[in-house]
Design a protein around this ligand. Sequence first.
Ligand SMILES: [Zn+2]
Length: 148
Amino acid sequence: MVPMNNLFYKVRCGMERFMYGRNGTDQLNIALLVLYVALCLLQGVVVMLLPYPLVSGLFSILLAVIIVVMFFRIFSRNLEKRRRENARFLGWYAPRQRAFSAWRARVRDRDHKYFKCRGCGARCRVPRGKGRIEITCPRCGGKIQGRS
Ligand SMILES: [Zn+2]
């Protein structure tokens, strides 16, 4: 009898051999997985509100397409093309992620108030509780008036 450890080892080696030279998972695939889960949850709500076969059918097709694309990308041997797709996705996603982090930091910062310059869009940070103030934008020199 083959010991179980040995069997698991063989299965793992087989998987590794199968995945060799294939794309595997990357940030774009993780995003697709998140999108898939989000759409599943959304589907539950939408189908409850609009109980039509067309609506649930469209969701099923969309979810199936996402799964197919995900597996296609995981098993793909065209690494160059998959890397370019992932890089393009990160180019779109990274600035949004940064903007979201910056927004969260501003919301959590109770000691300062943030003003956005109307001239150049720069964010100016001012200590709270100083009353009516006029700030000079450090980037473009424009005046910002507000209450801190
Ligand atoms: Zn400015």
